[in-house]
Design a protein around this ligand. Structure first.
Ligand SMILES: Nc1nc2c(ncn2[C@@H]2O[C@H](COP(=O)(O)OP(=O)(O)OP(=O)(O)O)[C@@H](O)[C@H]2O)c(=O)[nH]1
Ligand SMILES: [Mg+2]
Length: 325
């Protein structure tokens, strides 16, 4: 199938075409990359916008369960929902994919939902760049909400917040010590904190934890992209499906305010700038990975080690080589 046809099918909302296009953007083959770029250029003209929601949290906090319940609620409201995952740990080979499929069993059967497990690539930056493109494809396919799940391991939060309009932090009920376990930088990134598992015997602890986080959020520096009383901390139960409608209402309030104030558009522009920089950096580094470049690196490294060249002039020669090739 050619790119024009594939693009048209995506625009018509065809999920199989969408899945195929995501496979294309994830491919490492140079010819696939060229096709993917052409496809994305074409689809960028559609100007459809979804609400992109990034969701992060430690393993087992209930991200997948939340996405299933929350996604089902949205689908029930007539919205089309896509789910993508960024898995920063390539070591967890496929385990989480299987987990997600079983944990999102209901959602995966919905005709108005699309679930794509994380691509199996090693480098987080690489995975995230392609996830960003997968988000754009879902958007062109007319999905109203795109949920992006990532395991919180420090840098993955930054990456996911760069691809979302709203960044949610899912936390577990816990004692006061745990609160300090969440890094300040991550708290500052969050647009909303959801304390999950607010059910059964954990409910009182969840309520207390939520109040602690709400207090911690109030102590943070006020951000221009937040209206009065935001960011908020709320309790939810993904299993019992409590608090989901309230959380959704808050997300909508925040989104509408940001759109009206111009923050939404400014954020997307800043993200485009960020990903442009990432693409350039990545391409430059990729230039070092070719067999010829490696040989040249080895040769010049040896020259530096042997004292035949200073490290600086060896580096200059390497850069000259890269420019010429
Ligand atoms: N009591 C209770 N348990 C929950 C809730 N949400 C999730 N769980 C349980 O927590 C466990 C982990 O849930 P997942 O949804 O797989 O968590 P996750 O954050 O996606 O985990 P990873 O993808 O491995 O990082 C499962 O046994 C769920 O049943 C909840 O609201 N209440
Ligand atoms: Mg999960």
């Amino acid at each position: 199938m050619d790119i024009t046809q594939l693009g048209d099918r995506i625009l018509s909302g065809d999920r199989r075409a969408l899945a195929r296009a995501i496979t294309l953007v994830e491919s490492r083959r140079a010819d696939h990359r060229a096709e993917a770029t052409a496809l994305l250029d074409r689809l960028a003209r559609s100007e459809r916008q979804a609400l992109r929601i990034g969701l992060s949290g430690t393993p087992g906090v209930g991200k997948s369960t939340f996405i299933e319940s929350f996604g089902m609620m949205l689908v029930g409201q007539g919205l089309r929902v896509a789910v993508l995952a960024v898995d920063p740990s390539s070591a967890r080979s496929g385990g989480s994919i299987l987990g997600d499929k079983t944990r999102m069993e209901r959602l995966s059967r919905e005709p108005n939902a699309f679930i794509r497990p994380s691509p199996s690539q090693s480098h987080l930056g690489g995975v995230a760049r392609r996830t960003r493109e997968a988000v754009a494809l879902c958007e062109a396919a007319g999905f109203d909400v795109v949920l992006i799940e990532t395991v919180g391991v420090g840098q993955s939060e930054t990456v996911v917040s760069e691809l979302s309009d709203l960044f949610l932090l899912l936390l577990a009920p816990a004692g006061g010590d745990e609160l300090q376990g969440v890094k300040r930088g991550i708290m500052e990134m969050a647009d909303m904190i959801l304390v999950n598992k607010a059910d059964g015997p954990l409910k009182p602890v969840a309520t207390r934890t939520c109040a602690d986080y709400a207090g911690a959020l109030r102590l943070l520096r006020k951000r221009p992209q937040d209206p009065e009383h935001f960011p908020k901390a709320l309790t939810v139960s993904a299993v019992e499906e409590h608090g989901l409608a309230e959380a959704w209402a808050e997300m909508q309030t925040l989104t509408q305010w940001r759109k009206a104030q111009g923050h939404w558009a400014r954020n997307r522009a800043a993200q485009a700038r960020y990903w442009f920089g990432q693409e350039v950096r990545h391409a430059l580094l990729a230039g070092l990975e070719s067999p010829q470049a490696r040989t040249e690196m080895d040769r010049l490294a040896k020259a530096a080690a042997d004292g035949d060249l200073t490290p600086a002039s060896a580096a200059e020669q390497m850069l000259a080589y890269l420019k010429a090739n």
